[in-house]
Structures are given as structure tokens and as C-alpha cells.
Design a protein around this ligand. Structure first.
Ligand SMILES: *Cc1c(COP(=O)(O)O)cnc(C)c1O
Length: 398
């Protein structure tokens, strides 16, 4: 088997339109979002307008990171100190981190083999805990049945905030991920769907919630300069009772995001071509189980996950090593100690320990891989063939 030599963390270079946008802002010297010339709409405000339009939301706030967007969303939604926040147990560390930052306590919900929140466990835990908040993490881009989920949200009077770090551009039955509850939180960190190094976007249709979030983000009393914000009278009611928790986006990052947003739909098609190439190679592979991708889901295949059910820890490690020897970097979610990223609930020791047998069983055989757009579709076929080969070898030795 010929090894693969591509780099799994190398994103695409930013093109001339992005470089020109960055240069324009650098030449102006007006990098701070409120440092606008008379009559000028800042790049941060322009980005808020463009993203609100893309998302189909009334309002948008650009801020420092996806994690920051989630933390201020919880605060703006009225989370009290020590209050429980339901969230799926399979997610990335910034999610429980945002709950902790907002003063809440994560109450973890099981996942299913399709890697989405277990709706029965959600309903049960909502009822028994009386929790008021659900921070739904659309982890690795997998969407739950959003109609059933919103029914459960409604029946239990939950306030739904969506973590869309991996579902920017995704939809369920034509409705954009991030538009099913009070707010959607997005990340523009390098490994997500738009790249400004760091950055976050928060969308909502609720005027008072957004006014609070804007003041929280550190707007001082300059909120009237925002691009997709509610009218000034909404701020009047809350402006002096809302703390400033500085986490603004600057004009340089906004400027480089605007041209990338304009071709996001094209990027999504390219990701999905790559996803399908790997998926096809794995579909018939020995012992490999792929998560189901429902008809209703429009996904963004910027990463791929699969399971090797029934695998021991020793064999899982051997499988990762065999792939690595052939140049394929897999992440295994069952590792006892977190490597690079933490996404296993056992490594969040500031969270009360919780029993999640289903999630543990699923994560113990779950593998994950990024699909940067620097890979060609042919590269993805090659990668898929390597994984299938390593899975077959494992079968031969098991
Ligand atoms: C990256 C990520 C975030 C947070 O994004 P940052 O911008 O890095 O704070 C949130 N949720 C998930 C699932 C992520 O992968």
C-alpha cells in the first residue's frame, strides 16, 4: 500500500481577494471595530450583515471566538449561577468550558451511534432535572432529527442554543443549523468552515437577547454602529445592567472573512466531494460502521467519523498506529488520556462525573479524521483505501 503524504492540518492558503481585504484595513489603521470614519460601516458590521443574510437570521454579532459566543449566549439568555445546562456528552472541550465560563453546570446527555444527541435521554434528563437550557453541540457536523428535538425543547420549556462550529452552512429539511432555537453560535477558527485564525459569530431573531449579547461583547455605548442589531430603544432597557466582557471581533478578521463567506457554498460542495470519496471507500470495508446521514440533513463534510465496533483499546491503538505508518492521521475518541483535542467527558474534571455508558461504548470504537480542502478527491480515495486496508489487516489478526 502506497503511503499518503498530505498534511491533515494544512488549510488552503487565503487568496488574493482576502489579502487585498486585509491590506485595505491595515492601510486604514482602523482595526478596532468602533474606529470607523464618519458614515463608514466598519468591516465587523459589514460581516454581521452578510452573515445574518447568509444564515437567514434577523441579527448577528461578530465576536472573539465560538466558545466566547456560547458563553455570552448563555449569559444573555439568563443562565443563573450554578444552573444546569443540558449538553450532549460527545462534544469538544470549549462547550463544557463555555458553560463553566457562564457559571453553569454541564448536565451531559448520551449520544447515539449516529453521533447525535440521544433524544430519549434528553427528554428524560430535561424532565428529571428541570434544567432550563440546552446547549446542543452539532458535534462533527451531525444533526439530530431537529423536528423531534424542537418538540422536546418545546414540551420541556427549554431554551435552545446551538453550537454550530461544525455545521456552518448545514441544514435540516432546508432550515439552517443554528436557527432552531434562541441562538446559533459559530466559529471562524482556522479548522472550521471560515478561517480568520480565531473568531465567532452569534445569530438570533430575539432583539433583547441580542442587545444583551452585544453589550456583553464589549460594545460600550457604541452599539448603534453595529451592522445587524436591534434598534437603540431595545438597548435602553438593558444597557446599564449588562456587564462588559470584552470579546469583540476586529476589522482585520472581519475583512478577511467577507470574501471567504462569499464562496462558502462552493467550499461546502468541495468538502462533500471529499467526504463522499472517503465514505465510499469505507462503505464496504471490513468491520467499519459509518454513521447514517439522513435524507433531511444537508451536511458539511469537513471531517469524517466511523466506528470499528467491539474493538479493544489495544487494537484501537494498533489501528491508529497502522494508519499513521501509512500517513493517515486518525483521532481515536476512546483514548484514556486526551491527545491534542479533548472531547471525552472523562477529561473534564471540573464537571461533576456522570454515568454515560452508551456514550462511552460508542466513543471507545470511534475514529475521526479531518478533510482539509488542500486534499484532492483522489487523495481522499487513497486515504479511504488505506483505512480500509488497515481495517482488513486488523480483522486478519483479531
Ligand atoms: C471549535 C469548536 C468550538 C469553539 O470554537 P472556538 O472558536 O475555537 O472557541 C465549539 N464547539 C465545537 C464542537 C468545536 O469544535
Amino acid at each position: 500500500m502506497k503511503p499518503f503524504t498530505g498534511n491533515f492540518t494544512q488549510q488552503e492558503p487565503l487568496d488574493d481577494a482576502v489579502i487585498a481585504a486585509a491590506t485595505g484595513i491595515l492601510r486604514s489603521g482602523r482595526l478596532h471595530r468602533y474606529n470607523s470614519a464618519p458614515g463608514e460601516l466598519s468591516k465587523a458590521s459589514e460581516l454581521e450583515q452578510a452573515y445574518a443574510a447568509y444564515q437567514g437570521a434577523r441579527y448577528c454579532l461578530a465576536c472573539a471566538s465560538g466558545g466566547y459566543a456560547m458563553a455570552i449566549a448563555l449569559r444573555a439568555a439568563g443562565l443563573g449561577q450554578g444552573e444546569a445546562v443540558l449538553t450532549n456528552a460527545f462534544t469538544l472541550a470549549p462547550v463544557p468550558g463555555a458553560i463553566a465560563a457562564a457559571g453553569g453546570k454541564p448536565l451531559l446527555v448520551e449520544i447515539t451511534e449516529d453521533l447525535v444527541i440521544d433524544l430519549e435521554d434528553l427528554d428524560r434528563k430535561a424532565k428529571t432535572s428541570g434544567a432550563r437550557f440546552l446547549l446542543l453541540s452539532n458535534m462533527r457536523g451531525h444533526l439530530a432529527d431537529m423536528e423531534r428535538l424542537t418538540d422536546i425543547v418545546r414540551q420541556n420549556n427549554l431554551i435552545l442554543i446551538e453550537d454550530c462550529a461544525h455545521t456552518m452552512g448545514a441544514a435540516w429539511n432546508g432550515r439552517k443549523s443554528g436557527s432552531f432555537g434562541l441562538a446559533g453560535c459559530f466559529s471562524t477558527q482556522t479548522y472550521k468552515h471560515l478561517n480568520s485564525g480565531e473568531g465567532g459569530l452569534l445569530t438570533s431573531d430575539d432583539p433583547e437577547f441580542v442587545a444583551r449579547a452585544i453589550i456583553l461583547s464589549g460594545s460600550y455605548m457604541l452599539y448603534e454602529r453595529h451592522g445587524a442589531a436591534p434598534p437603540a430603544d431595545v438597548f435602553e432597557r438593558i444597557r446599564l445592567e449588562t456587564p462588559n466582557m470584552s470579546g469583540r471581533m476586529d476589522n482585520l478578521r472581519a475583512a478577511i472573512l467577507l470574501p471567504q463567506l462569499a464562496r462558502l457554498e462552493d467550499s461546502i460542495e468541495r468538502w462533500n466531494d471529499r467526504y463522499r470519496a472517503v465514505e465510499q471507500a469505507l462503505a464496504g470495508a471490513e468491520g467499519v460502521a459509518l454513521p447514517r446521514r439522513p435524507e433531511a440533513e444537508r451536511y458539511v463534510g469537513s471531517s469524517i467519523q466511523f466506528r470499528l465496533p467491539g474493538l479493544s483499546a489495544a487494537l484501537a491503538e494498533a489501528f491508529v498506529a497502522a494508519n499513521k505508518a501509512l500517513g493517515v492521521e486518525l483521532k481515536w475518541f476512546g483514548a484514556a488520556d486526551p491527545v491534542a483535542f479533548t472531547s471525552n467527558h472523562r477529561s473534564w474534571r471540573y464537571v461533576d462525573p456522570q454515568l454515560l455508558p452508551e456514550t462511552d461504548r460508542i466513543l471507545s470504537s470511534l475514529f475521526d479524521m479531518r478533510l482539509p480542502l488542500t486534499f484532492s478527491v483522489e487523495d481522499c480515495r487513497h486515504i479511504g483505501a488505506i483505512i480500509a486496508h488497515c481495517a482488513a489487516e486488523l480483522g486478519a489478526h483479531a
